[in-house]
Design a binder for this molecule. Structure first.
Ligand SMILES: O=P(O)(O)O[C@H]1[C@H](O)[C@@H](OP(=O)(O)O)[C@H](OP(=O)(O)O)[C@@H](OP(=O)(O)O)[C@H]1O
Ligand SMILES: Nc1ncnc2c1ncn2[C@@H]1O[C@H](COP(=O)(O)OP(=O)(O)O)[C@@H](O)[C@H]1O
Ligand SMILES: [Mg+2]
Ligand SMILES: [Mg+2]
Length: 348
């Protein structure tokens, strides 16, 4: 962090060192946002830059002294910046290695988030493991994951594998790996056993859970949580099961254009999950996954007021569609600097 304005050179050096981790005496942090300059380097896809770095975010950030700078992946990271924070969502292996090396060389820079932690979310089996291990159940409800099975190859073996695992149809088939391509979001629904060999491994087969056609997108930004409603797949009934013998392929059903915030839906279905339950879930997953920027797709079993299923977790999701994201995000970035400063003061 570099500081300018009406502060002395000594204060500048001490505040900068406090964030950079240098061993010099500390002065108080910069008194006002006008004196602060926080440099955030970003390495994001073009699509993400467009959806995330909206003018309203950039304008508010600038007012608060936060500057976003594009990282050039073709140049060494150490020759760019210097950065206080790096935001990134690129999936290639080379980039992950570059960042890991950079983290070792520059522990003073906050990398959001560590590539090895993000890696857990690139596989639809490992992404839900922490939720399953958590066994969250309290007075506000129960959070589980749908029963699921991984199929690596040989589609003809699927009916047997499904029977052995005791999974109940219909099943949602999801590509095992989530790598940012649209193919990894091509999901399908299989209603009958005979259709299973038509699927294309490697995939995860997950029991479909009736949930009244509404999904909750729970956004996590550090300690802040926001929830929005999106439309989802409708419930499957016994008639559907007897009258669909193929594979029903479906596109991104719960994308931003399927906003259900103001929809006229049965209040029992639309009611948001209890805040304390989401707070506990968010806090535990933040710790267990080692991530600060992600979202959780949750559905509530239709007819079971307090049973929730986590079906998907996404790293650095579409924050641009989260109401008030510019305030939440800028406050979060500033809080990271405050945390570092406090840690230096307390010597921990
Ligand atoms: O896997 P699901 O549950 O679909 O979550 C997706 C991904 O996070 C997308 O990001 P990415 O493409 O980087 O994976 C994001 O798009 P953006 O790139 O627009 O942020 C979508 O935002 P919505 O369009 O708000 O749903 C979000 O819903
Ligand atoms: N187990 C399930 N039961 C019911 N609906 C599901 C289930 N899994 C996924 N869906 C539906 O499919 C959509 C996409 O699935 P998801 O796992 O979130 O994949 P993606 O990463 O492509 O968003 C969800 O938003 C939801 O509408
Ligand atoms: Mg999803
Ligand atoms: Mg996803």
């Amino acid at each position: 962090m570099r500081v300018h304005g009406e502060v002395s050179d000594d204060e500048v050096a001490a505040a900068a060192a406090a964030v950079a981790g240098d061993q010099v005496p500390l002065s108080p942090p910069p008194a006002s946002a006008a004196q602060l300059r926080l440099v955030v380097g970003y390495a994001l896809t073009k699509k993400k830059v467009k959806s995330f770095l909206q003018p309203k975010l950039l304008a508010l950030a600038r007012k608060k002294g936060i500057h976003f700078i594009s990282i050039d992946e073709t140049l060494p990271l150490s020759e760019q910046g210097p950065f206080d924070i790096i935001l990134h969502k690129l999936t290639n292996k080379e980039w992950q290695q570059v960042l890991e090396d950079y983290r070792e060389e520059h522990p003073e820079v906050t990398v959001l988030d560590p590539p090895n932690a993000i890696q857990h979310l690139h596989n639809r089996q490992s992404m839900l493991q922490e939720v399953a291990d958590l066994n969250l159940s309290n007075g506000y409800g129960e959070v589980c994951t749908p029963r699921q099975l991984v199929i690596m190859k040989d589609p003809s073996s699927i009916p047997d594998a499904v029977a052995k695992a005791g999974l109940t149809l219909p099943l949602v088939a999801k590509p095992l790996v989530v790598d940012g391509t649209s193919k990894s979001h091509e999901l399908s629904l299989a209603y009958v056993e005979a259709s299973l060999p038509l699927l294309d491994p490697p995939l995860v087969l997950q029991e479909f859970v009736n949930h009244g056609g509404i999904l909750f997108k729970v956004y996590i930004v550090g300690e802040t949580i926001r929830v929005v409603r999106r439309f989802s797949l409708p419930d499957v009934n016994t008639y559907d099961l007897g009258n669909n013998d193929g594979i029903f392929r479906f596109p991104r059903v719960s994308c931003a254009t399927n906003n259900a915030e103001d929809a006229n839906v049965d209040p029992c279905i639309a009611e948001l999950p209890p805040k304390p339950l989401l707070e506990k879930l968010g806090k535990e997953l933040r710790r267990r996954l080692g991530l600060r920027l992600f979202n959780i797709d949750i559905i509530r079993e239709h007819g079971r007021k307090d049973r929730y299923y986590v079906i998907d977790i996404n790293y650095f999701p579409g924050y641009g569609k989260m109401p008030g994201y510019e305030h939440i995000f800028t406050d979060f970035l500033l809080s990271l600097v405050q945390c570092k400063y406090k840690r230096r003061l307390s010597g921990s």
